[in-house]
Design a protein around this ligand. Structure first.
Ligand SMILES: [Zn+2]
Length: 372
């Protein structure tokens, strides 16, 4: 498969040159070229490994894995990075931004606040307020320190959005039931300053009610800008220490108009803008947990591709998750994989390696489809 990234980059570059000539403006949003192979990406997400690493990487080589997505723990292991280097496997460092499970324990005032005034907690999903300058600065410094130490091919921004447990949002869910946030004093103050709104005195729930009734468009714009700003700041900071680093962004798998435009309204992710700031958008197209058929994966990829300037790299689920008692069978998985690879997809990322390793029939299906 011809690398779409190079093609898109060339097109984007040509468009930028044309715009620059016409308007005498420079095009400064196109991400710089990275060291990543432009051929189809086949990635696995892995969160820990106790066994022999050489055996693991050799097995990935046989399967055709080009890219490994890892958290801080594995990425910081020198033996892990050695094996990635040895096999030419690109290392994408997964970096959670506003998920803050440990931090909110130390400082509960960091919790984002939902429209009913409660903490942004839903099962394991615990989010920090996206307006806290101290927290934003802390995260940027953490990202820079990790990049400096690990030197990954890409920084893979995860949880770069507002609070929502989207994994649990099924096709029939009422769009108005989704949790809007953050209505903490920091956000309300910033919203007042930046959008020129005057909110009547009241607590978080009362302020949320007023905003929803009187200033919803400004509120959505405020959220959109907040996420764009954080991506901008992280990207600029890590490129100070590693200019060629690629950036991948984990996208909520909602098409532009799904759930009454919830991808921006609730999650604060504007893929049309974010796609111009990063090298890849990677929607988490976990079809089985979303009660969606395999073809839904391709429709999400197409929708993001239509909106964004960068390649779209879908991540698909392998194991059964969130629907215990039901089985995500091999045939449905294989259909999901084929849907994920349909043009204009830039490849596929499997969530997760452990799920593949647990089901040899699915590993065989991957080998079969990738060999076609
Ligand atoms: Zn807040």
């Amino acid at each position: 498969m011809i690398g779409k990234r190079r093609v898109v980059s060339a097109i984007a570059g040509a468009v930028c040159v044309a715009v620059a000539l016409a308007l005498s403006l420079s095009c400064n949003t196109e991400p710089p070229s990275s060291t990543i192979d432009t051929a189809q990406i086949v990635g696995v997400k892995i969160y820990g490994h106790d066994g022999d690493l050489q055996t693991l990487f050799d097995r990935w080589q046989v399967l055709g894995v080009s890219t490994v997505f890892v958290g801080e723990e594995l990425a910081r292991r020198e033996d892990f990075r050695f094996q990635a280097e040895r096999t030419g496997t690109d290392l994408f460092l997964i970096f959670p931004v506003f998920l803050a499970i440990d931090e909110v324990i130390d400082d509960p005032s960091l919790y984002a606040v939902t429209a009913d005034g409660s903490k942004a907690v839903d099962d394991w999903v615990e989010f920090a307020c996206p307006s806290r300058e101290d927290f934003r600065t802390q995260r940027i410094e953490e990202a820079v320190a990790l990049v400096r130490e690990v030197r990954p091919a890409a920084l893979s921004l995860d949880f770069i959005r507002y609070f929502v447990f989207w994994e649990m949002v099924g096709p029939g869910q009422d769009p108005q039931s989704l949790p809007d946030s953050c209505f903490c004093p920091h956000c309300l103050s910033r919203f007042t300053d930046e959008m020129g709104q005057t909110i009547p005195p009241g607590d978080s729930a009362e302020s949320a009610g007023w905003i929803h009734e009187h200033a919803l468009d400004d509120w959505v714009e405020f959220k959109r800008q907040s996420i764009i700003g954080m991506v901008e700041e992280i990207v600029a900071a890590v490129r100070e220490v590693q200019p060629e680093i690629a950036i991948n962004l984990h996208a909520v798998p909602w098409r532009e108009t799904d759930f009454d435009r919830a991808v921006v309204r609730i999650a604060g992710q504007d893929h049309s803008v974010l796609g111009g700031m990063v090298n890849y958008l990677s929607p988490m197209c976990y079809s089985f947990m979303q009660y969606q058929p395999p073809e839904w994966i391709a429709s999400v990829v197409q929708d993001l591709d239509r909106q964004s300037a960068c390649p779209v790299l879908p991540s698909i689920q392998v194991g059964t998750a969130y629907r215990e008692g039901k089985e995500f069978g091999v045939a449905e998985f294989e259909s999901a994989l084929r849907a994920a690879l349909e043009p204009p997809s830039a490849g596929v990322v499997f969530w997760s390696w452990d799920a593949i390793a647990a089901e040899p029939e699915k590993e065989a299906a991957i080998a079969r489809v990738l060999a076609e």
